[in-house]
Design a protein around this ligand. Structure first.
Ligand code: ADP
Length: 163
């Protein structure tokens, strides 16, 4: 699998699936979650309600429609929230591994990822990048390209430095 890095907004990516850093309830939120529900429109939330009536466990992943976005699917994951004491790194790497498994289920070959847990959930950015790269590299998958979408120049520089 190829790993590429771009700077931009994940909601605008022309890919098969975009990964969302969601929360356990899966009913929308702030940060990339808010951007994805905003750009995808109400169909994304309706599909979350329909397909995930109980939401999603931390470390797990599940897909919905991408609604109005150029992508076909959203793969929602729930990263660990360090601000409430969820410091188990395997919960973070699990998000990337499970996202690739779900991508394989739906046949997505080009998948865009945000830096899961690196925003409101407070994971240190350098380790969030290392966890992403390590897991994307180490997980057998049919996904051909994982595109990490850096939100801002400093994230872009950090990721390319560690790549
Ligand atoms: P979490 O709650 O998992 O920390 P956040 O959405 O707060 O999720 O942040 C995760 C990462 O997504 C951060 O690096 C943040 O800068 C980035 N981000 C926020 N909005 C977007 C967007 N529209 N596209 C790509 N990345 C985004």
């Amino acid at each position: 699998m190829e790993i590429e890095v771009v700077e931009g907004d994940i909601t605008e990516q022309q890919v098969d699936a975009v990964v969302n850093a969601a929360n356990n309830r899966m009913r929308g939120g702030s940060g990339v979650d808010g951007a994805i529900h905003g750009a995808g429109g109400p169909e994304v939330l309706a599909d979350c309600v329909r397909r995930f009536p109980e939401g999603l466990a931390t470390g797990d992943a599940g897909w919905t429609t991408a609604g109005l976005m150029p992508a076909r699917w959203v793969i929602h994951v729930v990263g660990p929230n360090r601000n409430v004491g969820q410091t188990d790194r395997s919960l973070l790497t699990s998000c990337y591994r499970r996202a690739l498994e779900v991508a394989d289920e739906i046949g997505a070959r080009l998948v865009a990822f945000p830096l899961i847990s690196a925003g409101a959930y407070g994971w240190p950015k350098d380790d969030a990048v290392d966890a992403a790269l390590e897991t994307l590299r180490g997980t057998p998958t049919q996904v051909e390209t994982a595109r990490i979408v850096a939100f801002g120049r400093s994230s872009y520089d950090l990721i390319t430095e560690r790549l």
